[in-house]
Structure formats: structure tokens, C-alpha cells
Design a protein around this ligand. Structure first.
Ligand SMILES: [Zn+2]
Length: 481
């Protein structure tokens, strides 16, 4: 036996023997998770734009992911989905020019998905009341709303000569004070809708108060954009196992809001890439033996739809997927520093979540690991749910049950207090044992889901999520029968 073989044998031993020696192997690998790489992946991805499936930005993101997988020695499979409606906002602006006192207020504006273009011009902002009580507008009018108008209202606005709509959401207190919730218009329609920008609530309040004082508020605004169709590109990095069973580790590659999407979901993509790097380099460096189950690292071109496509395309072999681990929003948290493992109310998830909960409890509070963690009931709204039995049946796959778990540190735009699934309270959770408070992102689906405000501010979130997934995989893909 040469030294390398001895090393490998010892390593194998470390991974088949539970408890202490296993933990030291896990810790050694977890120590290789790099915060620096996670952060820089997020920045790289956000620089590519909103990464929406079927757009040049989405293609560039897929290329980035594919070449990263390749550099880790993984086999890469690239799949183009069917064409979907797409939009691409090239450039936009929205600046107050009158009154002078408001010139410096930031709108943090972001165009709605599929917004029509707006030729650069000067507009006068009107409130909803101001517009509908008046006759047809004699000037370029921009209307300020507190919620997204419906189709009928859009039509009325157009008849009145409105050029553009600003929306500042009044929903929930914590989010959107300094950023707008990004909306989307229906992708298929052409002319019914007016150009729409989301703006921050602070901007809206300031403008409304100026209008109430009888001031005229003028802005210069414009949007250069195009609509079309394109094929979302899904990228798979494949690590072969010694059996034909596989585990999927995935994240949606698009910023599904159409915004910058640093937390949602460049953080998740960075997590998949980092996990792929640590595992493949661990195998190449003989720190890890090859896994028993293969691992498919997947970055979906378009959230939900690409996952559905994948299942349709792999209907014959999907029963050999042992587990799906999905990263969605692992880069921030507003009120807690907590790592969540979702889906403890589904019996099929429970054996895996028991393993993850054990890991959560073993490592909580250790240097470099999470300060709080919990499993939580299903909340829906992300790719893991496409693997639910009812969804699989709709996609032509019957009698297959796959554990599918989402790992996250924030979800949506406000805290959610939900009853814990009975039997799932954990000592890794610091709150009331019967309740889970699901933390949220202050910048969810907004123009300010930027690295500086999310992933750079709390980079430990991504590190925790990757370490938890890594140790879970070690205990499942390497040692499970
Ligand atoms: Zn997401």
C-alpha cells in the first residue's frame, strides 16, 4: 500500500464509522468551504444581469456555471428548454427635475417585467385622484399608484393620456421603504399595458406630499427594452457514483423577479457551485472516496418551468433520484441568523430531515457553523415542490416519491410565524419550540437585492447552508445503504 492508498483507506474509514471520527472528516471538508468564493460567485452572477431564462443574460449565466463545473472536472450537460416569452431591459432612468428640492431623492426604480418601452421624455407625476377627476391630460402624465393597476385601469389610464405608471407597494411594513417590489406584466400581451416602474415607498411619500402641497412634480424618465422569446438553459454538472442512484443538488439560476437577485437566487447558485467544488476537489485530493450515489449539481434556467422540463425529459429514470436538495435564498436574513430545512410535514422527507436535524444540533454554535437552525413545514413556491407526487403525476411520473428539501435563510418579504410540525422541535432553534418564525429578506424581489445589501452583509449564511448540505450529503451519498 502506498501512502496515498493508506490515506484513502483511512479516509474511507472516517466516513463509514459514525460519531467522532466521522465528524472529524466532515469538519475537515467543511473547513474547505470558502466564503470568499461564495461571495465572488454572487458578484460575478449579478454582474451578468438578471439571468432570466432565454435572454442573453441567462445564457451568459449558464455559460458561467458550465465552465465552472468543467473546471471542477464534472461532466457537464446543457439542456435548452422550449421557447418562453422574454424581455430585456437595456437602460432606464427616472429622475425628478422639478421642484429642485426633490432632485436628489432616489426612487430606486426598476421596470416591471415585460414593460413596454418609454421614450425618454419629461413627465408630470399625478396621483390617482388627480388624474381620474381631470380631463384628458394635456401633458405627458405619469401616475403614482400604491398597488399594481388591473387591466381595466390600465386601459382607462391610456385613454386619459397617461404615459407611464409608478407603483410603490404599501404592503407590509419592513420591506420596500427604500426599494420597489418588482412587478411583471403578462408576457404575451403587446399594447394593453403602459410602461411601469416600481419605486420605493419613501419616494412615493415624498412625491405625494409635494402634490398635496400643490407643487408640480416633473421627472425625466425613459426605458429602452425589448421583448421576444428564448430558450432557458439548464446546466447540470454530473459526479458519477458507484450505483445508478443519484442525488440532485439544485438552485434556480434566474433572478425570477427580473431584478438583480443577489440573494434570490445568485446565493443559491453560488452555493451549488461551492458544494460542487468542495466535493469534487475532495475526491480528486483523496480526502473523499467517490460517492455511492451520484450527485447531479443543477442550475435551472427558469425557476419551476425548467425543473418541470427536466422531470419530463427524465421520466423513465426519475425513480432513481434518491433526494433533491434545493438552495433558494441562502444569502440573507432580516431578523434572525437561522438556517432552515424545509418540508418536515411530508413523511417522505422525514428520514433525510432527521439526519439534517441531527447535523443541525451537533454543529450549532460551533465556530464556523450556524448559530441557529431548524426544520420547518412546507411553504411552497420553489423548485423542490416540482418533485411532489401530485406534480410528478402531472408530468407523467406515477408512483414515485422523492424526498425534496429546500435549504434557505430567508423567504419572501415579511416574517411568517407558523406552527412547528409536531415532533420537530429542535434544540438548535432558539425560539418557542412549537413555532417556527420563517425569516425574510428586506430586499425580496426588489431593485436592491444587491450583493452589498444581502450576501456581502451576511456572507456566513451561504457558508452555513453549504456546510449543512455538504455534511448531509456525506452522511447520505457516501454512507447510506
Ligand atoms: Zn427564489
Amino acid at each position: 500500500m502506498n501512502t496515498c492508498a493508506v490515506h484513502l483507506a483511512l479516509t474511507l474509514l472516517a466516513f463509514v464509522v459514525p460519531a467522532g471520527s466521522q465528524q472529524s472528516g466532515e469538519r475537515r471538508l467543511a473547513g474547505r468551504v470558502s466564503e470568499v468564493r461564495l461571495r465572488s460567485s454572487v458578484r460575478d452572477l449579478v454582474r451578468l444581469g438578471n439571468r432570466m431564462g432565454g435572454t442573453p443574460s441567462g445564457d451568459a449565466s449558464a455559460q458561467y456555471v458550465a465552465s465552472t463545473f468543467q473546471s471542477y472536472g464534472l461532466n457537464v450537460r446543457i439542456t435548452e428548454g422550449p421557447p418562453v416569452p422574454t424581455f430585456m431591459h437595456t437602460r432606464w432612468t427616472l429622475k425628478v427635475v422639478e421642484p429642485r428640492s426633490l432632485r436628489s431623492i432616489a426612487a430606486y426604480e426598476w421596470p416591471a417585467g415585460f414593460s413596454p418601452a418609454l421614450p425618454l421624455d419629461t413627465f408630470e407625476i399625478k396621483s390617482m385622484v388627480g388624474l381620474l377627476s381631470g380631463k384628458a391630460a394635456e401633458v405627458n402624465t405619469m401616475i403614482l399608484m400604491r398597488e399594481m393597476p388591473d387591466a381595466d385601469l390600465f386601459e382607462r389610464f391610456a385613454e386619459q393620456g397617461t404615459g407611464c405608471v409608478l407603483v410603490a407597494d404599501s404592503v407590509n411594513a419592513p420591506s420596500y421603504e427604500d426599494s420597489g417590489l418588482i412587478h411583471s406584466l403578462p408576457g404575451e400581451t403587446e399594447d394593453t399595458y403602459l410602461p411601469v416602474f416600481s419605486v420605493s415607498r419613501r419616494f412615493a411619500r415624498t412625491v405625494e406630499s409635494a402634490l398635496e402641497r400643490g407643487l408640480v412634480v416633473r421627472v425625466v424618465a425613459g426605458l429602452l427594452t425589448s421583448r421576444g422569446t428564448g430558450r432557458p438553459v439548464t446546466v447540470e454538472g454530473i459526479l458519477e457514483g458507484s450505483t445508478d442512484t443519484s442525488i440532485i443538488v439544485c438552485a434556480h439560476g434566474d433572478a425570477d423577479s427580473g431584478g438583480p437577485g443577489a440573494d434570490d437566487n445568485a446565493s443559491g447558485v453560488a452555493g451549488v457551485l461551492e458544494l460542487a467544488r468542495v466535493i469534487s476537489s475532495g475526491i480528486r485530493g483523496n480526502i473523499l472516496p467517490p460517492p455511492r450515489y451520484g450527485i447531479r449539481f443543477i442550475v435551472w434556467g427558469a425557476e419551476i418551468e425548467s425543473t418541470r422540463e427536466y422531470i419530463r425529459a427524465h421520466a423513465d429514470s426519475i425513480d432513481r433520484i434518491r433526494l433533491v436538495l434545493n438552495f433558494d435564498e441562502i444569502g440573507t436574513g432580516a431578523e434572525r441568523n437561522c438556517l432552515y430545512f424545509e418540508g418536515n410535514d411530508r413523511p417522505i422527507n422525514q428520514p433525510v430531515l432527521r439526519i439534517m436535524q441531527d447535523i443541525a444540533e451537533e454543529y450549532v454554535g460551533r465556530p464556523g457553523f450556524w448559530s441557529e437552525a431548524t426544520t420547518n413545514p412546507s411553504q411552497g413556491g420553489t423548485d423542490s415542490y416540482v418533485f411532489e407526487p401530485a406534480s410528478l403525476r402531472r408530468l407523467g411520473v406515477s408512483d414515485v416519491e422523492i424526498p425534496a428539501i429546500t435549504i434557505f435563510t430567508a423567504a419572501w418579504n415579511m416574517p411568517k410565524k407558523i406552527p412547528q410540525t409536531p415532533g420537530w422541535s429542535t434544540r438548535a432553534w432558539k425560539g418557542n419550540p412549537d413555532t417556527v418564525i420563517v425569516d425574510y429578506s428586506r430586499y425580496y424581489h426588489s431593485s436592491r437585492d444587491l450583493p452589498a445589501l444581502t450576501t456581502e452583509r451576511e456572507p456566513f449564511n451561504m457558508v452555513w447552508a453549504v456546510k449543512a448540505a455538504l455534511i448531509s450529503l456525506i452522511r447520505i451519498a457516501w454512507t447510506s445503504p
